[in-house]
Design a protein around this ligand. Structure first.
Ligand code: TSX
Ligand code: MN
Length: 622
């Protein structure tokens, strides 16, 4: 074999000479900085994927799962299991571009900023020589369908074969992208696990990472991402949160479109009318479950375009259109089962990379809430390697943030138009949260500006990291708090500016599947029955004006009986579901006002102050 080298580094796979000039410049810089032992230009082929999995198996990072077809299981260092918000930074010239300056004495919650000078220091402390002894994999990928004018290219250099295997699933990656790229621009992504060879200290569970020095940095002005020290999920699969949301929303602001943390689905009613909608929810609200909904109403069908990210822009006719920039699902395992999401269960039977779930002795996977009876004599080994794990054990079988990584095309309900280069037409935008009290099942905003306010004030019940403090309702504007890459005030401003003459503005709704009665019981059955709410929403978007909505202080709510409740297993209490307790809402308005003015302060668009006043006014007369 002829060994070609680049900057003195052997190229073990791929042809450096065939790379577009700009890609070559990028590679040159990263090779000089990181000093890898080998270079591998990824082609995205099945054969290459096999090679990656064989390397990962040999290194003890993944193990095969013989119970399924071409599935593997990875276990990480227990210190590297999730995105780390505190180590995620946006670097811009001025701090105020990236994050608002909170009121004096208030701690900002809307992102972390680093000066370009400090970032340079941080990079010089981490990246020089960080790939010594390792292979630099060069990935060329496309976010969005190949050939779509809405898609964007990315290049990622990484020293993790696990990242190569997952990026191949989550993005369109390989030769076809390099061929299509030509001299186009691309987002520059550099990733290292931060463990040059020889190791300074032994790996834990064979998983290379560097938690002390973990840093995920974004230079939004130049479309660059630099990630160090973590091999997991959003920290390392840079096409996802870093590119599609953080860099993406900064590009979208400049170019006049929206990059949002939203699922996309198509809903067909019994009359055969199909409409698409997008929905944003904070974590733990079942976004992937809604994206893969099995409708409980006869004659309805829900098809999935995406479960996490939507890139949206108005076309020349003024119709909002959306693409899913991703090529796969990176979903949370615990809680996924044949009742909550049978479509996901079917999707993950093949070609899936599982991470941090438990393993069964017959070569399968297991997690909390799988609700599957194990065959006789089959035992469980927990994600931490605890053998013969038993239910009720002190530690969970699977890590709560354990994941499946699977190609979207394997989803049985993937929408036939999911890769349409033009995107799918969007008629409704849904925001939602996990709200145990006060917030009705569904309401519709009064207009676009009020809808933007609804998005800006999204809150959700979340288990707080600290001890057993229980659940607390946390603000999560546009369900994008961890993904904001420019000043949240400007983010709201950008949403307001989307409303333009000639654009058909989609209606904006808010849903809450999680309201509880005084005894703590859920008032709404949720899951497949959510189709009843989607149906009401889409009837509101229809040209046939049905008389199904009434004005309320929060916006339009369904007229009693206008949501189809036929065939529900148990009757629901309509009055409780749509009750708007005045005392709760007066407090809620105060909370919203405090949060927005504390956090966004001088950068809060005055339109939001007007919406706060109006909401308070409507309730004070209620
Ligand atoms: O995903 C959920 N959705 C959306 C489904 C399309 N979950 C799970 C949330 C954790 C990720 C839900 N949980 C939903 C829901 O609509 N609703 C609930 C609350 C709930 C849980 C159980 C029951 C009813 C409501 N009923 C029984 O257990 C019988
Ligand atoms: Mn997400």
């Amino acid at each position: 074999m002829k060994l070609v080298s680049f900057k003195g580094v052997p190229v073990v796979r791929g042809n450096v000479d065939s790379l577009p000039r700009k890609v070559l410049t990028f590679l040159e810089h990263d090779v000089e900085l990181c000093q890898p032992a080998f270079i591998h230009i990824c082609d995205g082929s099945d054969e290459e994927n096999r090679l990656m999995l064989d390397i990962l198996i040999a290194e003890g990072i993944v193990q095969p799962l013989p119970k399924y077809e071409n599935c593997v299981l990875a276990h990480t260092d227990p210190r590297d299991v999730a995105r780390v918000e505190s180590k995620t930074f946006i670097s811009t010239e001025s701090q105020r571009e990236a994050i608002p300056v909170p009121k004096p004495g208030v701690k900002g919650q809307l992102g972390n900023w680093m000066s370009p000078e400090d970032l340079d220091v941080a990079i010089k402390k981490r990246f020089p020589g960080c790939m010594k002894g390792r292979t630099l994999y060069l990935l060329a990928y496309c976010m969005g369908p190949m050939g779509s004018p809405l898609s964007k290219f990315g290049i990622q250099a990484t020293d993790s074969a696990y990242v190569v295997a997952c990026m191949r699933i989550m993005t369109r990656m390989g030769m076809q992208v390099l061929d299509a790229m030509g001299d186009s621009d691309f987002v520059r992504c550099l990733h290292s696990v931060g463990c040059p060879l020889p190791l300074k200290e032994p790996l834990r569970r064979d998983w290379p990472c560097n938690p002390d020095l973990t840093l995920i940095a974004h230079k939004t002005a130049t479309n660059e991402v630099m990630s160090f020290g973590s091999g997991y999920g959003g920290n390392s699969l840079l096409g996802k949160k870093c590119f599609s949301l953080r860099i993406g929303s900064a590009i979208a602001r400049r170019e006049g479109w929206l990059a949002e943390h939203m699922l996309i689905v198509g809903v067909t009613n019994p009359e055969g009318v199909k409409r698409y909608l997008v929905a944003a929810f904070p974590s733990q609200c079942g976004k992937t479950n809604l994206a893969m909904l099995t409708a409980s109403l006869p004659g309805y069908k829900v098809e999935c375009v995406g479960d996490d990210i939507a890139w949206m822009r108005f076309d020349e006719k003024g119709q909002l259109r959306a693409i899913n920039p991703e090529n796969g699902f990176f979903g949370v395992c615990p809680g996924t089962n044949n009742k909550t999401n049978p479509i996901a269960m079917e999707t993950i039977q093949r070609n899936t990379v599982f991470t941090n779930v438990a393993k069964t002795s017959d070569g399968g996977v297991f997690w909390e809430g799988l609700e599957e009876d194990l065959p006789k004599g089959v035992s469980i080994t927990s994600w931490l390697g605890e053998e013969n794990w038993q239910p009720g054990s002190e530690r969970p079988a699977a890590h709560p943030n354990s994941r499946f990584c699977v190609p979207a095309c394997q989803c049985p309900t993937i929408d036939p138009n999911w890769e349409d280069p033009a995107g799918v037409p969007i008629d409704a935008i849904i925001f939602g949260g996990r709200r145990p009290v006060g917030v009705p099942l569904v309401y519709e905003s009064l207009n676009w500006q009020h809808g933007v306010f609804v998005g800006a004030t999204v809150s959700s019940e979340a288990t707080t990291a600290a001890e057993y403090s229980g659940h607390e309702v946390m603000h999560d504007p546009f369900s994008s708090r961890p993904f904001l890459s420019y000043n949240a005030g400007n983010y709201i401003g950008h949403w307001l500016e989307m409303e333009k003459p000639g654009c058909k503005m989609p209606k904006i709704f808010h849903v809450n599947w999680f309201r509880r009665d005084s005894k703590g019981k859920f008032l709404w059955p949720g899951f497949g029955d959510n189709i009843r709410v989607l149906d009401w929403i889409l009837r509101r978007c229809s040209d046939e004006k049905e008389d199904i909505a009434q004005m309320s202080p929060v916006g339009f709510i369904p007229k009693k009986g206008s949501i189809n409740m036929e065939g529900l297993e148990n009757p629901v209490d309509w009055n409780e579901l749509f009750d708007l307790p005045k005392d709760f809402w007066m407090t809620e308005v105060d909370n919203i006002e405090k949060y927005l003015t504390d956090q966004i302060n001088e950068d809060l668009p005055p339109e939001m102050l007007k919406e706060i006043q109006d909401l308070r006014q409507r309730f004070s007369q209620y």
